[in-house]
Design a protein around this ligand. Structure first.
Ligand SMILES: Nc1nc2c(ncn2[C@@H]2O[C@H](COP(=O)(O)OP(=O)(O)OP(=O)(O)O)[C@@H](O)[C@H]2O)c(=O)[nH]1
Ligand SMILES: [Mg+2]
Length: 386
């Protein structure tokens, strides 16, 4: 088991969080295994950094990808029974129908936010329907199994990775695996020419298979920026969310959501995702896997810090990374915010303003000094409702 985990590490250590057991091994184990199997991480500092990241991710409660096996119940067979009663020599066919097999159903739950619970429930089986019985007794239906999932869960076939359906509303139910229909009893097949049918339908078979559930967070605005751009700080200032903030790269390892209140009791949802860096499409940094969480956002807020050498070039780099991940992301409305503007004096502010790209609405903000935030909200609200 440990070796398998380590091989995961050597290939792509972020796959680690998808392996079947939560991390039980200690950092010392990690160190030993990584040094043994991944000599490219001989530098102690990078190994230690890797261990920290792995431990943090393995302990994380945010799971946005699970692979589950589900099987519905098969339908109960119809009965081929004949009525037998005293003084009633030819009672005729009275076989009842079989019950329907239970479905495996996914139900949207707005209170949920992760697929963690399904990581520990990989296999789901629904009950089969009961067979029909004599005296026209119908077999009971198999119980449905309902799996609750957060809104924005996309279901894919695990082999072809073809999207099947998506859950977007609270209480919305979709059948993941359909239970087999119950067979009809011989009572249905009697006719003038065949008054004693010995035939009854068998129940329909179950469905089974592996499905991948992927969570794509549903938010109105997605924050896109390099690490340390001040994304989490902005979210913490404009909403009640309390993301972790620190002055090192990749502080945020999983998306955070916050509700931003706007004037007149209106509000919108903002999603802070881990930072991306140039070359993310080649797997650098945390790669592009978190970008799936901004696929559903209607507006993308690009954030470039004011201390950047060239704001327009940094913005272009971010746009390019998005294009390489999914060109459709560029169809979304965009807003550019230059962050940390409290560090600038008037002269520098004017100089930066001149270099800003003209094809996107821009705003200068500071989350610490709380300047430009109302203007930013106005721009975002306008972009959301356009
Ligand atoms: N002066 C100043 N510093 C800021 C401002 N906003 C954020 N910072 C600082 O910038 C650093 C990074 O902020 P975060 O909000 O963690 O940045 P992030 O973009 O979420 O970074 P990752 O999660 O690593 O991608 C922190 O030390 C913040 O205190 C600002 O408006 N002004
Ligand atoms: Mg952050």
């Amino acid at each position: 088991m440990l070796m398998r985990k380590c091989l995961f590490v050597s290939n792509d250590f972020f796959k680690y969080r998808y392996c079947s057991h939560p991390a039980k091994i200690t950092t010392t184990h990690h160190l030993f295994l990584i040094q043994h199997f991944c000599p490219q991480f001989t530098n102690f500092k990078s190994t230690e950094y890797l261990c920290r990241q792995i431990t943090v991710m393995a302990d994380s409660n945010f799971v946005d990808y699970v692979k589950i096996f589900a099987r519905s119940g098969k339908g109960g067979a119809g009965s081929a029974h004949f009525r037998r009663a005293k003084y009633e020599p030819m009672g005729g066919p009275d076989g009842g129908d079989g019950g329907r097999g239970g479905h495996v159903i996914l139900r949207g739950n707005a209170q949920m936010w992760t697929l963690l619970h399904l990581q520990f429930q990989k296999h789901t089986f629904a009950e089969s329907g009961q067979s029909g019985m004599g005296a026209l007794k119908h077999g009971s239906d198999g119980k449905d199994v309902i799996l609750e999932v957060p809104l924005g869960t996309v279901v894919k076939d695990a082999e072809t990775m073809e999207p099947l359906f998506e859950i977007t509303a609270d209480g919305e139910e979709k059948i993941l695996m359909k239970g087999g229909r119950g067979g009809q009893g011989n009572n249905h097949f009697k006719s003038a020419t065949n008054q004693a049918p010995r035939y009854a339908q068998p129940g329909e078979p179950f469905e089974e298979g592996w499905r991948v559930l992927e969570l794509k967070v549903l938010a109105d605005v997605g924050l896109v920026g390099f690490p340390n751009a001040g994304k989490s700080t902005l979210l913490s200032v404009v909403s009640a969310a309390k993301p972790k903030i620190a002055d090192y790269a990749f502080t945020t390892l999983e998306p955070n959501l916050g509700i931003v209140s706007y004037r007149d009791n209106r509000s919108f949802v903002m999603a802070d995702i881990p930072g991306i860096i140039e070359g993310a499409h080649e797997g650098k940094g945390l790669g592009l896997r978190f970008l799936r969480h901004i696929e559903r956002n209607s507006v993308l807020l690009f954030m470039v810090p004011a201390d950047s050498d060239d704001v327009a070039a940094d913005y272009q780099t971010l746009v390019n990374e998005l294009r390489l991940y999914n060109p459709e992301l560029l169809d979304k409305r965009r807003v550019l915010a230059v962050t940390k503007c409290d560090m600038l004096d008037d002269e520098l502010t004017a100089a930066i303003k001149k270099t800003l790209p003209s094809d996107v609405p821009c705003v200068m903000i500071s989350s610490v000094a709380r300047t430009g935030l109302e203007q930013l909200k106005d721009l975002l609200w306008k972009a959301i409702n356009d």
